[in-house]
Design a protein around this ligand. Structure first.
Ligand SMILES: Cc1cc2nc3c(=O)[nH]c(=O)nc-3n(C[C@H](O)[C@H](O)[C@H](O)COP(=O)(O)OP(=O)(O)OC[C@H]3O[C@@H](n4cnc5c(N)ncnc54)[C@H](O)[C@@H]3O)c2cc1C
Ligand code: SF4
Length: 329
């Protein structure tokens, strides 16, 4: 499949990028590992593409004096996976990044692109001819949903690996636009809709990710279900961040992905685990909570029932693994 024609804009600074966003109708490209395949499938046919890769100020991992960290949106997933600082202090993020796609794609793919990743569906991530043959759908060019016929909502699944880990770490992101700069909690960035899945206007770009000092030194585990272990998107994913004190859980957070139109924090986890020494029964109860939060539909190659069950299983395993990791340290 060929790429549609487009004009290329290559700003060298965030200010230049914001100026381009103000004056053109553009699609942002970072690593291009999701955007280029989508453009080949004619999911997007932008007049201009804004290439962020010349903006040095958007790269890098900077430890902050207070123990937090600032990560440029253009930082590659490979750099995050290999960062000694993140492995030591924000391990759940490094673990999640290490599971994205394959080494080649992690060398190109960025954290900003992973956060902004489009939602996915069997009926959407297809060629123009394929989608035309099915009469299109609500997410693009059509007015019905093949997954939930009769409904008016798109249920395409958010399938990024790092956002559930970032949610566990109370991440915030910085967004720049011609109107200025704003900082939002990542939790408020996702809408829960499969089509308009993020709170980002066409003239805005994500510039940085912040992890607070209060989330440092949680032990973390990320587990995912995929069809091909070496390269695939998650079909269910679970991130666990846990802090313990005197052998008991002090704080625990769980994020899930690929089973809803947004990555979500599971509610009620800390109420169940705080003050306890984790055991099989408790880990199973947390797995039940996570499975209740998951609402997968037939948007991918595996059945919703299986993906939901795997959220339960992966959560239990991840909670037990996180508890063991903590015991060792
Ligand atoms: C075969 C294959 C397997 C994959 N497997 C996985 C997987 O296992 N897990 C996973 O999470 N992903 C997977 N991906 C998707 C992709 O590689 C990653 O999500 C990657 O992190 C995307 O980053 P990128 O920089 O390449 O994004 P791009 O493709 O450049 O952009 C992705 C989207 O984000 C927008 N965007 C990018 N940066 C910004 C920014 N700074 N501000 C505003 N908008 C922005 C773009 O406009 C576009 O809509 C896979 C892709 C392929 C082709
Ligand atoms: S969930 Fe429905 S509307 Fe959304 S992409 Fe899939 S088929 Fe289209």
């Amino acid at each position: 499949m060929s790429l549609p024609q487009f004009g290329l804009l290559r700003p060298k600074s965030i200010e230049d990028a914001v100026e381009c966003l103000a004056s053109h109708s553009v699609r942002i490209i970072a690593g291009g590992t999701d955007l280029i395949p989508s453009m080949r499938q004619r999911l997007f046919q932008p007049e201009y593409v804004l290439d962020l890769r010349g903006i040095a100020a958007m790269r890098g991992i900077s430890a902050q004096p207070d123990g937090g960290v600032e990560i440029g949106a253009l930082t590659t997933l490979r750099a995050i996976e290999r960062s000694g600082f993140l492995r030591q202090h924000f391990v759940v993020l490094a673990e999640a990044a290490a599971t994205v796609a394959s080494p080649v794609l992690r060398n190109m793919g960025t954290i900003g692109g992973n956060i902004c990743l489009d939602t996915r569906c069997l009926w959407y991530n297809q060629s123009l001819t394929w989608r035309k043959g099915c009469g299109f759908c609500i997410k693009k060019d059509g007015d019905l949903c093949h997954v939930a016929p009769g409904g008016t909502k798109c249920w395409a699944a958010f399938s990024g690996d790092t956002p559930p880990a970032l949610l566990c770490l109370n991440a915030e992101i910085e967004i720049a636009s011609p109107a200025g700069v704003r900082r939002v909690a990542l939790q408020d960035f996702y809408t829960g809709l499969g089509d308009n899945y993020r709170e980002l206007k066409p003239n805005e770009l994500v510039t940085r990710v912040f992890l607070p000092a209060s989330s440092a030194d949680y032990r973390g585990v990320y587990r995912k279900l995929r069809v091909r272990g070496s390269i695939d998107y998650p079909l269910a994913g679970v991130a666990v961040a846990m802090k313990r004190s005197n052998g008991h859980v002090f704080d625990a957070r769980i994020g899930i992905t690929a089973v809803n139109p947004a990555p979500l924090l599971v509610k009620g986890v800390n109420e169940l685990l705080a003050g306890t020494a984790v055991d099989e029964e408790l880990a199973e109860a947390v797995g039940d909570l996570a499975a209740k939060t998951a609402k997968p539909l037939t948007t991918s190659a595996l059945t919703p029932e299986y993906r939901r069950e795997m959220i339960r299983v992966l959560t239990k395993r991840a909670v037990l693994a996180a508890a063991q990791t903590v015991e060792k340290s």
